[in-house]
Ligand binder design. Structure first.
Ligand SMILES: NC(=O)C1=CN([C@@H]2O[C@H](COP(=O)(O)OP(=O)(O)OC[C@H]3O[C@@H](n4cnc5c(N)ncnc54)[C@H](O)[C@@H]3O)[C@@H](O)[C@H]2O)C=CC1
Ligand SMILES: O=C(O)C1=N[C@H](C(=O)O)C[C@H](O)C1
Length: 248
């Protein structure tokens, strides 16, 4: 049995994760912590893997604690940039048997969307990303959109693609979205939505749109459980659930 603790257990994702872990074969839910609870409960309960669905402003402290105590972490919380990932690598170097998975999106379809977008990137002159979420989401752009933009930018660099054409010389602030490594990312917040993304590609005479929709948060649970089951055998830092999937 893998002993699992959940951080952010009273939140939208954390609460669902507690149910999924309780129902999962081979997993035992040993701790459910939320804001104000002491992380020491995790060691008292014997947690081997922690799932973090908290907030960008607290997740680094949670991970520092997990790494220091040799507890593996499966992280859905957003807000990871290169500087944060470098900090985690430094911390993990001092605890070499501990594993941390940072997954911008646990939905299998979203992982495939990112993969397909990276594959398509070299063939199109233009690309823009639209992410659409529920209005209670605290960060923008989404972690998924950021990661997609990074993957597309990497693919374009590798292919030697030029800059994306855009003749705009005057615009209201924000009218062209955020710039993530040269890729424009637009954010929509709308009651009724959960988590959705479109990647739009364009070239002479044609466009290609890759769209993914999470219609319910249960769509993230298979990926969370995959992470929980695999992280103990993956010491160090893993970024992206695709590394635990067979996408060859
Ligand atoms: N990677 C993925 O597939 C997904 C990632 N997310 C991300 O997960 C995060 C949480 O999302 P939601 O569940 O919608 O947010 P939420 O606001 O419903 O839940 C966050 C919970 O964390 C708790 N919390 C805050 N500080 C804490 C601390 N220091 N220790 C323990 N708990 C603490 C809050 O009280 C709250 O209950 C966000 O960053 C979101 O973008 C959300 C959905 C899927
Ligand atoms: O806050 C959310 O809801 C989600 N957050 C993640 C993100 O920022 O990409 C994953 C998914 O989009 C849902």
């Amino acid at each position: 049995m893998i002993k699992v603790g959940v951080l952010g257990a009273k939140g939208r994702m954390g609460a669902l994760t507690c149910v999924a872990v309780e129902e999962a074969a081979g997993c035992e839910l040993v701790a459910q912590l939320d804001q104000g609870d002491s992380l020491d409960v995790l060691t008292e309960a014997g947690a081997e893997v922690v799932v973090d669905f908290t907030r960008p402003e607290v997740v680094m402290d949670n991970l520092a604690w997990c790494i220091e105590h040799g507890v593996h972490a499966v992280v859905g919380t957003t807000g990871f940039d290169d500087a944060r990932l470098a900090t985690l690598r430094d911390q993990l170097a001092k605890s070499p048997s501990t594993g941390v998975l940072i997954a911008p999106n646990f939905s299998i379809g979203a992982v495939l969307m990112m993969r397909f977008a990276a594959q398509a990137a070299q063939y199109y002159e233009s690309v823009e990303i639209i992410e659409l979420h529920h209005p209670d989401k605290v960060d923008a752009p989404s972690g998924t959109a950021r990661r997609t933009a990074e993957l597309i930018a990497d693919a374009r660099r590798e292919a030697g693609s030029g800059p994306i054409p855009d003749a705009t010389t005057t615009a209201l602030d924000g009218a062209r979205g955020a710039d993530v490594e040269g890729i424009r990312v637009h954010g929509v917040r709308l009651r009724g939505l959960i988590a959705h993304q479109e990647v739009l590609f364009g070239d002479e005479g044609e466009t290609l749109t890759i769209r993914h929709d999470s219609m319910a948060r249960v769509s993230f649970m298979a990926g969370v459980l995959l992470g929980v089951r695999r992280i103990g055998d993956a010491p160090g830092l893993t970024v992206g659930l695709e590394h635990f999937m067979d996408l060859s």
